[in-house]
Design a protein around this ligand. Structure first.
Ligand code: ADP
Ligand code: MG
Length: 402
């Protein structure tokens, strides 16, 4: 009798370039992370004393999105926990991971911890109760608690949260609490209260963008495990890496491009992913990535971006010459932003803050700015949108609703 299940499996495989699609998902975390040896070494040397029961420095990891921060810390901490369990000469440690997008206040973070540690629901208890409960757990069990706060910039009362956790640590006589903060936002640190900054950033580590060569290697690792043999053309890998390197040096973009290109190849019943598939994939991936980026921006930044997008679109229709196409003056952008914020019933920020917002949008690669030469009215900041205005309108218009 034939093995029917096996036949089904090989039939499915036959019609797909994928061997294991999970491996090509941006959520998949490989055991080995090439080009991150330096960061891994630094993290280990900082955390290792916890295994000997010593207090450790808080750690702050930052770098643009897709540079491997989340994956690196998850891999290192899971190995560290394994080791602590295996060896009798290691102190007990507990590591927790929180994405602050989902737990965005001091209270929610501490509540989540005690709910998980005590395996009981403490919702509704006061802030000081949950705080004491957390300290009590650490003390009673004499553990080294390492708390990862990923996307820490999204915590609304971040200064309070960091202060509460470091104070808890200072007051502990047994056990310890330390924080690993992670941010995709390179500007975040500047906005912190100086006291928070010095306690959170006792040790900091940058995750630089990947270059095209590194992205190619990272993709090759995924291709071997995730796709059937000979189903991905080398030139397709090269193009996906080149695109991602040119945009942001972001491994997530590179992997998403390959995933989407694979889906396109399957839809078209092709046996091999080609450069054309990657080129087509780029269109949808760009939108997904932009959508993700925009939705994590604070409301006010979304208004600024929307102002720039609207003006860019209206200018393009009446543009005078190719050289000035889509170039905006910061004054007109501020006015438009002011108007949008008012319509939304929010108070517009001052010009000084507005300039900060422009810097932030530039760091994310969403706009480019330059200072104009001295004109009649002195110098002004010139702004140009760095991403597709049409795609951005499609994302922002339904959100802001003007
Ligand atoms: N050095 C690397 N080797 C293999 N895969 C990587 C590497 N760096 C990042 N990735 C992959 O890229 C994607 C994004 O990485 P992630 O850790 O989420 O970045 P970040 O947290 O900096 O935004 C994930 O799928 C991750 O597995
Ligand atoms: Mg991350």
């Amino acid at each position: 009798m034939v093995d029917i299940k096996e036949m089904f499996k090989s039939e499915i495989k036959k019609n797909s370039v994928f061997k294991n699609k999970n491996i090509v998902s941006p959520h998949y975390i490989p055991d080995i992370l090439p080009f991150r040896d330096d960061q891994i070494k630094e993290i280990i040397s900082n955390l290792a004393p916890a295994l000997q029961g010593k207090k450790i420095n808080n750690l702050f990891l930052y770098g643009k999105t897709g540079t491997g921060k989340t994956s690196t810390i998850k891999v290192v901490l899971s190995k560290m926990e394994e080791l602590a369990k295996e060896r009798t000469d290691c102190k007990s440690i507990v590591t927790t991971y929180i994405n602050c997008r989902n737990h965005n206040t001091k209270y929610r973070i501490i509540l989540k911890h005690i709910n998980d540690l005590y395996k009981h629901d403490y919702v509704g208890y006061s802030s000081s109760f949950v705080y004491d409960k957390l300290a009590e757990y650490v003390k009673k069990n004499k553990i080294g608690l390492i708390i990862v706060l990923d996307e820490i910039d999204l915590i609304k009362d971040v200064d309070d949260a960091v202060y509460a956790l470091t104070r808890a640590n200072d007051e502990l006589t047994d056990g310890s609490i330390s924080i690993v903060g992670i941010s995709n936002n390179v500007m975040f640190k500047q906005k912190l209260d100086p006291r928070t900054k010095s306690s959170l950033c006792e040790k900091e580590l940058v995750f630089p963008p990947y270059n095209a060569h590194e992205l190619t290697k990272i993709l090759q690792g995924r291709v071997e495990e995730g796709f059937n043999k000979d189903c991905v053309d080398d030139s397709a890998i090269g193009l996906a890496s080149a695109y991602a390197a040119q945009e942001s040096g972001d491994a997530r973009t590179a992997i998403l491009l390959l995933l989407r290109a694979g889906e396109i190849a399957d839809e078209n019943k092709e046996i091999k992913i080609t450069e054309t598939d990657v080129r087509n994939a780029k269109k949808t991936v760009e939108k997904d990535i932009l959508l993700n980026m925009v939705s994590t921006l604070p409301e006010q930044l979304q208004y600024v971006l929307f102002a720039i997008t609207r003006l860019t679109k209206s200018k393009n229709q009446t543009t005078l010459g190719p050289n000035n196409e889509g170039i905006l003056h910061s004054g007109e952008v501020y006015n438009e932003y002011y108007r949008i914020a008012k319509i939304q019933g929010k108070s517009p920020v001052s010009l000084k803050w507005f300039k900060q917002y422009l810097e932030e949008l530039e760091l994310y690669g969403m706009i480019a700015t330059t200072i104009s030469g001295k004109g009649v009215r002195g110098t002004t900041t010139l702004i140009k949108l760095g991403v597709d205005a049409k795609i951005l309108t499609g994302i922002l218009e339904p959100k802001i609703g003007i």
